[in-house]
Design a protein around this ligand. Structure first.
Ligand code: FES
Length: 294
């Protein structure tokens, strides 16, 4: 089975979609039940504080540790037992990193559907299996007689975690998860351009307009006009179709990220990257915008 066939196979598994639809609301409800604290924990796990998804940072720990363990186990199999303790320690560190990665990855996965949801769930199930094998290996390593069986468990776990890492890469590079979906900054207008007649933007409303080819969200609140990029940095949702909130914020209609209209910053995740913000002025009855330098 080549990579494309494997991805197609996963995408065709109806049970993965059904399982995803059942699990995701349960996780989101658990965060919701935690109120403000639950939202803070969710923001933390997505990586809002980092300005970047947290999950890919954490996945380096198990992949790196278990690679070290595989090398040291290989040395042991070749007849040198000097590095046994090092291999066991690397496996322990990898298991701790895998648990932290799982918690952050599960949080990111709650904001997926369709293909991303199915592949993400398979990625998680494979990693869960690999972590279970490494935990079994760690227990077996305590007994000299079961050392070979322990190393076999680790090796199978390493193969499975490599397959899971491939799916993680597919989610990022092909499905564009965890990348910033706002356009590259050079595409935004550096000089003021007219985008709308000022009479066409009523108080307490939002509108998507075009500055050149760039969709811009205009919002009017308390007589002030705000402008940020309309395409959500998370997965490209159209912010103008979301909710204009009381505190000068906007909520994305797709997965509920909240951004400040004042500066484009992330108020609530899953988004971790801010929205580009525009300066606004009125000239001859026209609303004009340009990319803000601040
Ligand atoms: S696209 Fe996911 S929160 Fe906007």
């Amino acid at each position: 089975m080549n990579q494309k066939t494997a991805i197609d196979f996963i995408e065709n598994q109806e049970w993965l979609g059904e399982a995803g639809e059942a699990i995701q609301p349960a996780i989101l409800n658990a965060f919701k039940a935690g109120g403000e604290t639950g939202q803070k924990i969710k923001n933390f796990l997505h990586g809002k504080w980092l300005g970047h998804p947290l999950h890919p940072v954490l996945t380096d720990v198990p992949v790196g540790s278990w690679t070290v363990a595989a090398v040291l186990d290989g040395i042991e199999l070749a007849g040198n037992e000097d590095y046994q303790q090092g291999a066991d320690a690397a496996i322990s560190i990898g298991i701790a990193g895998a648990v932290a990665s799982a918690v952050s990855g599960l949080t990111d996965w709650t904001a997926t559907n369709g293909k991303r949801q199915k592949i993400g769930l398979m990625h998680g199930l494979l990693n869960l299996t690999a972590t279970g094998l490494y935990a079994t290996s760690l227990i077996l390593r305590g007994n000299k007689k079961s050392r070979r069986a322990a190393i076999t468990c680790s090796m199978i776990g390493y193969g499975i975690t490599t397959a899971a890492a491939y799916l993680g890469g597919h989610l990022v590079y092909d499905e564009q998860m965890g990348v910033n979906h706002t356009a590259a900054s050079e595409e935004y207008p550096k000089d003021f351009v007219a985008v709308l007649n000022e009479n066409e933007l009523a108080e307490n409303t939002m509108k998507c307009v075009k500055a050149g080819e760039i969709p811009v969200l205009l919002a009017k609140k308390d007589g002030n006009i705000f402008a940020i990029a309309n395409t959500c940095s998370h997965l490209g949702g159209p912010l103008a179709e979301g909710d204009l909130l009381d505190n000068c914020n906007v909520r994305c209609p797709w997965h509920g990220s909240v951004f400040s209209l004042k500066d484009g910053s992330v108020v609530d995740s899953p988004a971790t990257e801010p929205q580009p913000k525009f300066d606004v002025r009125i000239q001859n009855g026209q609303i004009e915008v340009r990319l803000s330098k601040n």
